[in-house]
Structures are given as C-alpha cells and as structure tokens.
Write a protein that binds this ligand. Structure first.
Ligand SMILES: [Zn+2]
Ligand SMILES: [Zn+2]
Length: 297
C-alpha cells in the first residue's frame, strides 16, 4: 500500500545526506526540504481524520479523475493546521518571505484568514485578483501564490492518502493522476521493471506501461526512448518523440527501500536542465524545472 507517511527522522537524514553528496542541489534542498518535512509531519498529525468518497467506477475506468467526480476539499478538513504548517515551511525554506509568512501565520491563528475559503476562492486567480488579495493580507503576491500552491498540494496529498485503499483495486489506464488529474513529475521503476508514475501535486502513484508516453499515449517500442545520462545508471529520462515531453525516471528496483518521490525528483534537477537543453519539456512543471520562474538554485 502506498503511504505518504515517512518517518520524519529518516527523511531529515536523507535530506542531510543529499546535501552532503550533491552540493549542486543544495539551494533547492534548502528551499524545499522544509516543505517535504512539514508535509510529512502534518500528514502524520492529521492521520486520524479521514474522509473518503464513493468512486464511480465507470467514470474512473473512463479516465475521469476523482477531482472531477466530487468535491475533494471540504470545509471540515484540517485547513488551519495545514495553513500554519505551509507558512512555517515557506518561512524556513525561503527566508525572503519570512515576514510575509509571520503575518499570514498570525492571521490564520487568529481566525481572520480562513484557509478553506482562501483556497476555494483562488483556483487559478487572475493576476490582479491575486494582487488585491495579497494586499488585504499585507503580503507579497508571490508569497501568497506560493502559499496557495503548497496549501493545495498538502490537502490533495491528504485526500490521496485517504483514498489510496479505495483506489488500489481499481483500474486506471491514463498517464495523468487518477486523484487530481495532474501529469506525473517523476517515474520510479520498481520490482519486475514496473513503472510507477508519481504525482507532484497529490503524491499519489500509479502503474503505467513502460513504453507508452503518459502525456500523449504514443507507444514506441521500436525506439529506445529512455535517455541515459553519464554517471548514475539508475537515473534516466523517458522522452517522447511525438509530443517532445520528458519524464525523469529513477530505477529503484534494486533498492526496495521506500523512497520519497519529491526528494528524488528534486535531487535529479540536473537532468531537467539536460533534457530541456535537448529541446524537451517537462510533463509537469514544478518549482525546480520551470527555469526562470523558480526561486531556488
Ligand atoms: Zn495527483
Ligand atoms: Zn508523448
């Protein structure tokens, strides 16, 4: 069974180890490592609160993700603790937003900011709306945008975790996430060479055929569509000749230890540079692969 509950100390140790061994991702790790830790800690804290939804199996088999089948976010969800946790992670990782996060933390704690309302009124807000809202809270629009993005991911991850047992026996044939509909951020090759796609938004993982492009369903068994980069043989990238997207792929079949997908993806950020240099685009954009827009290294 898939679980997002990583032992916090193990995760902290892995972050320290990557910091020591891969100085080229140190800036990214310092920026987003606190987010991984806070999310794991928060998911542990709220593990006794669970909400599941009935899945329409016909729709599901037809490729309709949960997020389009029902209202995934509920007012009763632990929004306050999630908001405080996200603000704390941003404060630690991105010190230039520390002042903004202190202000937001105070308003969440006092109850003047309700995170459920904030997220639900802010799905893909216009730039001007975001700026107005940020002004109300007396914080930078960039800080608010980052806060909302991570808060959404925290709650999506919670929902994916709640629903994991219900989804496990069902068939999902698509390259996008059955929970939140996002394209994968990473693929992990596990036992028997099975490819597991990893959602960067809700942390759900699902099995997908190894030679098929998750983005456009193009199947190309003739070509070797895995790009191997010098150095570590277990880290590669799937590339699609049709849609020109790539998917960073890590082979963990020899190492059965549970791995934190976000941490693996971040530690392979140098591959994103190589692939984008070759003219490919990521299937899912994130903080460290949308160059020019990222705040890390
Ligand atoms: Zn997802
Ligand atoms: Zn493709």
């Amino acid at each position: 069974m898939v679980s997002n509950n990583y032992d916090i100390e193990t995760l902290a140790g892995e972050i320290e180890q990557i910091l020591a061994e891969q100085p080229h991702v140190a800036n990214l790790l310092k920026a987003f490592g606190p987010m991984f830790l806070e999310k794991s800690r928060w998911l542990m804290d709220v593990q006794n609160y669970t909400k599941t939804f009935p899945v329409d199996e016909v729709q599901y088999l037809g490729g309709i993700p949960l997020i389009q089948q029902c209202q995934l976010f509920l007012p009763d969800d632990p929004w306050k603790s999630a908001g405080l946790s996200v603000a704390e992670a941003i404060r630690q990782g991105l010190p230039h937003f520390a002042g903004d996060m202190a202000g937001l933390t105070r308003q969440i704690a006092e109850g003047t900011v309700d995170c459920f309302t904030l997220v639900n009124s802010s799905t893909a807000p216009e730039e001007s709306q975001l700026a107005d809202r940020a002004q109300t809270f007396e914080i930078e629009p960039m800080a608010l945008q980052l806060f909302l993005r991570f808060l959404t991911r925290f709650m999506l991850s919670k929902r994916a975790q709640d629903m994991a047992a219900e989804l496990a026996p069902l068939t999902w044939n698509k390259g996008y996430c059955p929970v939140c509909g996002s394209f994968p951020q990473l693929a992990i090759i596990k036992e028997q060479g099975q490819r597991w796609l990893q959602c960067g938004d809700c942390s759900h993982e699902w099995k997908f055929p190894r030679l098929t492009c998750p983005y456009c369903d193009h199947e190309d068994p003739e070509n070797t569509n895995y790009l191997f980069v010098e150095g570590k043989k277990e880290d590669t990238a799937f590339t699609c000749s049709k849609c020109r997207k790539y998917l960073i792929t890590s082979n963990r079949s020899a190492n059965l230890q549970q791995a934190h997908a976000g941490l693996i993806a971040l530690s392979l950020a140098h591959l994103d540079l190589i692939l984008q240099d070759k003219g490919f685009l990521p299937m899912a954009e994130c903080e460290w692969n949308s160059f020019g827009a990222s705040s890390g290294g």
